[in-house]
Design a protein around this ligand. Structure first.
Ligand code: CAA
Length: 384
């Protein structure tokens, strides 16, 4: 049986990130959210703390820690602010992840150190305006001509890809048609400075308002043939494999957000007096808080076990999908109770309850909707 006691190193990391989030993020999280502002200052400080490249080898500038340590980082950030957690999670799972797992030694030496320690961010170019859940249906294409890939198409909802720290993107593109008529899909590395690559920040978001989200346009973007990531034709599998790990981080955002919303709900319920008593002492409210605490414990056990499987080098895709869907939905229930327990104040943006409620919704959709997670799990159960 796995041992879920955190090691002294993991405890130190957890306390360090918690302290940072309380002192540096909490005082500004609502204002950043209101202004829909990506914080270069906080992102820079999170780099200084070593929160990018957590599992990446020190050879490439990373911390070389296990996956559970990374998940604890995301959980602690999300406890205070899903937006800063999103910047770190997308940076590690989707930016660094594919380059680290599928890149050649030369590619890793070139691209990873800036992303781990030199305050640069990298995008994961999968989703397109007409290809979200059906990720294999993307239209962006890359043609190999005279030793260069020429990329045309567009991507949408790409985290970390339209700000001054954005250094490039891993693009899923159709590179040929196979003998059986199916698309050959490959991943190609494109630097942000490439001619013909335009990034546009997406505004007016309901959720994750102070994280950076981009639309990307590729207009004859030309990169060397050597920018192919891994094997030609492996692109779709690389993306799906990246998402398996990334989903653990989204689950950590659900868990951390639920924990933060629960703490706000408990504190408020103990302070708020109605009918001469703290509202936490009314059984109907106490039971809401009990359900939240119980579900958070269950979510943590599920997620930490999935990380343990990954850290053991064992199969974890099913458990990652289960963790993502469950932790997201626990956060939904906890955030909902949090708003309800705050009454009218829960509807006001001066209190963090509203932000938890809005930020939760992304987790049902990003990195594979809850429906897609259920589809993945159903396949493992041989339902179809
Ligand atoms: N790892 C590796 N390979 C996998 C895999 C996995 N987890 N799952 C499937 N594959 C392989 C299959 O074995 C199959 O291989 P063969 O062709 O050799 O047989 C191939 O990949 C195709 O698999 P499927 O036939 O199962 O593919 P599908 O088209 O039916 O779709 C899906 C599967 C699960 C629905 C997948 O499309 C999916 O996960 N969709 C959701 C995409 C998603 O999460 N998008 C969000 C991205 S996040 C983002 O873009 C923004 C951001 O920055 C946050």
């Amino acid at each position: 049986m796995p041992n879920y006691d955190l090691t002294p190193e993991q405890m130190l990391l957890k306390n360090t990130v918690r302290d940072f989030a309380e002192k540096e993020i909490k005082p500004v999280r609502l204002e950043l959210d209101r202004k829909e502002e990506f914080s270069y200052e906080l992102t820079g400080k999170m780099f200084d703390l070593g929160l990018f490249g957590v599992t990446c080898s020190p050879e490439y500038g990373g911390q070389g820690m296990d996956y559970l340590s990374y998940i604890i980082v995301v959980e602690e950030l999300a406890r205070i602010d899903g937006c800063q957690a999103a910047t770190v999670a997308a940076g590690n799972s989707l930016g660094i992840g594919p380059l680290y797992y599928f890149g050649s030694k030369e590619q890793k030496e070139k691209y990873l150190p800036p992303l781990c320690s030199e305050k640069k961010l990298w995008g994961f170019g999968l989703t397109e305006p007409n290809a979200g859940s059906d990720a294999g249906n993307s239209k962006t294409n890359a043609i190999l001509k005279d030793g260069q890939w020429i990329i045309n198409g567009s991507k949408i909802f790409i985290t970390n890809s339209a700000n001054e720290m954005s250094a490039g993107v891993t693009v899923q593109a159709i590179t040929d048609t196979k003998d059986n008529g199916k698309k050959e899909i490959s991943c190609i590395i494109a630097e942000q400075s490439c001619k013909g690559l335009t990034a546009k920040a997406m505004k007016n978001k309901m959720t994750w308002r102070s994280s950076n989200t981009a639309e990307l346009y590729f207009d004859d973007v030309t990169v060397p043939e050597g920018n192919l990531l891994g094997k030609r034709g492996d692109g779709f599998k690389q993306m799906l494999q990246t998402l398996d790990s990334g989903r653990l981080a989204i689950a950590a955002m659900g868990l951390g957000g639920a924990q933060g919303a629960f703490e706000e709900a408990l504190k408020y319920s103990k302070e708020r007096i109605a009918f001469g008593k703290p509202i936490s002492s009314f059984q109907i409210n106490a039971f809401k808080l009990v359900d939240c605490a119980t579900e958070i414990e269950a979510a943590r056990s599920l997620l930490y076990r999935a990380c343990w499987l990954k850290d053991q080098g064992r199969a974890f895709s099913k458990e990652a999908a289960m963790s993502k869907v469950y932790c997201s939905e626990v956060f939904y229930r906890v955030a909902n109770h949090c708003v309800q327990l705050h009454g009218g104040y829960g509807l006001m943006e001066e209190y963090p309850a509203a932000k938890y409620y809005r930020d939760q919704k992304l987790l049902d959709i990003g990195e594979g909707t809850s429906e897609i997670q259920r589809l993945v799990i159903a396949r493992y159960l041989d339902c179809f």
